[in-house]
Write a protein that binds this ligand. Structure first.
Ligand SMILES: Nc1ncnc2c1ncn2[C@@H]1O[C@H](COP(=O)(O)OP(=O)(O)OP(=O)(O)O)[C@@H](O)[C@H]1O
Ligand SMILES: [Mg+2]
Length: 390
């Protein structure tokens, strides 16, 4: 039984502090993803867990074991932490065959020859590479090398698997199928996995829980559905693909619903999703382009109440839908609408249009441009495994 727990971790390189008071828990059996932009400290976090970096402060526990704590002079080397790691660069030994690479962790653990043979062939069959056992790894494609790296990380059945952007060198189609294989491998291993990515789609489709990181600080922790539908801050909303982020002020709040006026004066827009704040509070209205409606003021029976007038600046075919960039409410609003839906109205670049936020199309989020202190640390400790939750 091996949960992974980081408490109050601090890690700096020279005079740059990458992680400060960083706390996180992945429960036994969970696949937790660390999602954040380049340089936010994802790899640093993984390397601290693996024992490839030493933190200056804080604790790391794997299961019941304290594996690192500078204050108590505890530091277990990587080979004593019972982990397997998959790197973005594969990091296979080029002078060895597929078999040799995958057998290596078992040699280090002094497993006997027969046991090595059995375990290696079993794990290679699982990743579909058993017929390549005697090939030099230099004669494999990128996807095949990544499968070998996965087999090598798993062969000794470690309690914890760490993945550092393992799929970013693969093409989009292979990435999707490997994603499923990694999820299967995690489920079969029965262990705990921590997976690092900057790809929001990967995080959403793969994880039990997602941890969004910005500049070494946790912004939000939640199930993929929570993160996707209820981002807590502007940063998370932006990172998770909300194309529209409009500053607004709460004008009315009742029965769990909130009306906001956009900073440009347009509105009110009503929603019951996201944070609730008192009238007068500045917030951000976050909306996905696919959830907004667009129409032409010239069409009879249209222009519903609460529609915001604007002008279409551009119109791009987006495969089944059309993406409109509309200047409305003093901002650029992106709307993606079915091509057929716009029938009868003139929705060309340069023409007038209205944009409507259907109730609940938008989510209210906090404006974190002022680097508001996140409150996520408590959230992580309380959370329970949510395997299978959507
Ligand atoms: N060995 C090092 N020496 C000095 N600074 C480092 C070192 N390794 C990382 N850093 C710095 O620490 C910060 C966090 O780096 P880290 O590799 O953890 O980011 P990341 O989230 O994994 O980014 P990416 O998505 O680009 O891999 C960055 O500013 C980076 O420049
Ligand atoms: Mg990295």
């Amino acid at each position: 039984m091996s949960a992974v727990e980081l408490a109050g971790l601090r890690k700096s390189y020279a005079d740059v502090t990458v992680l400060d008071d960083f706390s996180l828990r992945a429960n036994q059996g969970e696949l937790v993803t660390l999602l954040g932009p380049s340089g936010c400290g994802k790899t640093t976090t993984l390397r601290c867990i693996a024992g490839l970096e030493r933190a200056e402060r804080g604790e790391i526990r794997i299961g019941e074991r304290l594996v690192a704590c500078p204050e108590r002079r505890v530091f277990l080397p990587p080979n004593r932490r019972d982990i397997g790691m998959v790197f973005q660069s594969y990091a296979l030994w080029p002078h060895m065959t597929v078999f040799g690479n995958v057998a290596y962790p078992l040699r280090v653990r002094r497993r006997d020859r027969r046991e090595r043979q059995r375990a290696v062939m079993e794990i290679l069959a699982m990743v579909g590479m058993d017929s390549y056992a005697h090939r030099p790894v230099t004669e494999l494609s990128g996807g095949q090398q990544q499968r070998v790296a996965l087999a090598r990380a798993m062969v000794a059945r470690p309690a914890v698997l760490l993945f550092d952007e393992p799929l970013s060198n693969l093409d989009a189609k292979l990435r999707r199928s490997m994603r499923r294989e990694i999820r299967d491998a995690h489920d079969r291993s029965g262990g705990t996995s921590i997976y690092v990515t900057h790809d929001q789609e990967e995080a959403i489709t793969l994880s039990d829980r997602v941890v969004v990181i910005r500049g070494g600080k946790i912004q939000q922790v939640g199930t993929p559905k929570e993160i996707y539908t209820k981002p807590a801050t502007r940063f998370v909303a932006d990172f998770i693909g909300f194309e529209n982020l409009l500053t607004a002020t709460v004008s009315e709040a009742r029965d769990g619903s909130t009306a906001v006026k956009l900073t440009s004066g347009a509105g009110p827009v009503w929603t019951s999703k996201g944070i609730t704040r008192a009238p007068g509070t500045e917030v951000v209205l976050a909306a996905r382009a696919d959830e907004l409606e667009i129409g032409s003021p010239g069409s009879p029976g249209e222009a519903p109440a609460a529609a915001i007038p604007g002008v279409i600046r551009s119109r791009t075919y987006a495969g089944g839908r059309v993406e409109y960039l509309v200047e409305a409410a003093g901002a650029q609003v992106v709307v993606r609408a079915p091509e057929a839906g716009a029938a009868g109205s003139t929705l060309e670049a340069g023409s007038d249009a209205w944009v409507r936020f259907p109730v609940d199309a938008a989510v209210l989020v906090d404006d974190d441009n002022a680097e508001r202190a996140p409150q996520a640390a408590e959230q992580t400790v309380e959370s329970v495994p949510l395997r299978g939750a959507t």
